[in-house]
Design a protein around this ligand. Structure first.
Ligand SMILES: [Fe+2]
Ligand SMILES: [Fe+2]
Length: 177
């Protein structure tokens, strides 16, 4: 039987694996397939990063006030969001592929930094009841990206809106400890 800390690490690592697969799908897609593949990637990343920005990084800002391990992750997420906003308006497939390749690299490094630098320290520092609540939140990522009509993603047409609406939903659905 695994502990909530182990379950959380495994859930987040699994979501990073899914993000990498979705990015590969976009990179390999034909011109006709690309918009739908990009949409699936954007939605999943938006809900995953919203979970981190609502439930995880704020804990890190408090726990590790002496260094900026969580602040660096937040900055990387803001940088990725800016690149995605540019990609959303790009009409040239060639330019899109170049920019997307750079994003793919940055998001992969970001996920590795979360897995190796931030997450192990956080799960060691947080009490089990807090970890259980964070775990509940991350479990919604699959749910909300599987059924868009009944999720905070409904009506969101930009990555920024997807993240904002998901963050509000995570904040509303997670009781204060
Ligand atoms: Fe992240
Ligand atoms: Fe992540």
């Amino acid at each position: 039987m695994s502990t909530p800390a182990e379950e959380l690490v495994s859930l987040i690592t699994g979501q990073h694996g899914r993000i990498k697969t979705l990015m590969t799908d976009v990179a390999m897609a034909s011109d006709a397939e690309r918009p739908a593949a990009f949409e699936r990637f954007r939605r999943y990343l938006a809900v995953h990063e919203a979970a981190e920005q609502t439930l995880l990084h704020p804990q890190g800002l408090v726990e590790f006030a002496d260094d900026n391990v969580s602040q660096r992750r937040i900055t990387e997420e803001q940088d990725a969001a800016a690149v995605i906003a540019t990609l959303e308006t790009m009409r040239s497939a060639g330019d899109f592929k170049v920019q997307f390749g750079l994003l793919q690299e940055a998001v992969t490094h970001h996920a590795e930094a979360e897995e190796h630098e931030e997450l192990p320290r956080l799960v060691a520092a947080l009490p089990e009841d807090v970890i259980a609540k964070v775990l509940d939140g991350f479990a919604r990522v699959e749910l909300w990206t599987d059924d868009i009509a009944d999720s905070p993603l409904a009506g969101a047409t930009t990555f920024t809106a997807m993240v904002t609406q998901s963050m509000t939903a995570f904040a509303d659905s997670t009781p204060e400890s």
